[in-house]
Design a protein around this ligand. Structure first.
Ligand code: AR6
Length: 172
């Protein structure tokens, strides 16, 4: 089931919250900043451990990895790195991959509910209508293949983003 909600992703009572991170995994602004601020230092500590281990070179664009959600209501944060929008190169497959891989990681943890922000549509500059179509297609197709996940909630921060996702959902 796909849900659209206008709000702040850090308030969501779901099993997994997806973070629109960067490859350093060490925080940033936007969703990333909000998650680390509200989730507390446990999340950053877990990210530093990842960087000290298997993710020494950082998390690649399109990939996803889980940590504790610290003090958030969620059980886990799944960090993924969306692509930066480009007018000259099509990076749609990477935006598709970060949604699919986030669902896969969440499902592997046994999560049933997962909340996504509008990945790449902030600092990374991806046009909202395009991002919404890619996000909805990727998550719908991926959950059809995995039995665990029952609900995918897109948490949109403002009316403009909410309306773009609403239009994309109607087009499906
Ligand atoms: N809850 C839900 N959505 C939010 C929230 C929130 N608390 N805050 C912002 N948004 P962005 P990106 C919306 O920039 O484009 C970071 O520095 C926002 O309005 O968070 O993938 C990372 O470290 C926009 O629609 O993510 C990376 O360096 C959407 O979430 C870089 O930004 C995504 O905006 C990632 O850029």
């Amino acid at each position: 089931m796909i849900e659209l909600v206008l709000g702040d992703i850090t308030d969501q009572d779901v099993d997994v919250i997806v973070n629109a991170a960067n490859s350093s995994l060490l925080g940033g602004s936007g969703v990333d900043g909000a998650i680390h601020r509200k989730g507390g230092p446990e999340i950053l500590a877990a990210c530093r451990e990842l960087r000290a281990g298997h993710y020494g070179g950082g998390l690649k664009t399109g990939h996803a990895v889980a940590t504790t959600a610290g003090r958030l209501l969620a059980k886990w944060v799944v960090h993924t790195v969306g692509p930066v929008w480009s007018d000259i190169e099509d990076h749609s497959s990477l935006l598709d991959a970060c949604h699919r891989n986030s669902v896969k990681v969440a499902s592997g943890l046994g999560a049933r509910t997962i909340a996504f922000p509008a990945i790449s549509t902030g600092i990374y500059g991806w046009p909202l209508d395009s991002a919404a179509s890619i996000a909805l297609a990727a998550t719908t197709e991926q959950i059809a293949e995995l039995s665990h996940i029952t609900t995918v909630r897109f948490v949109l921060f403002d009316q403009t983003a909410y309306k773009a996702f609403e239009r994309a959902l109607k087009r499906r």
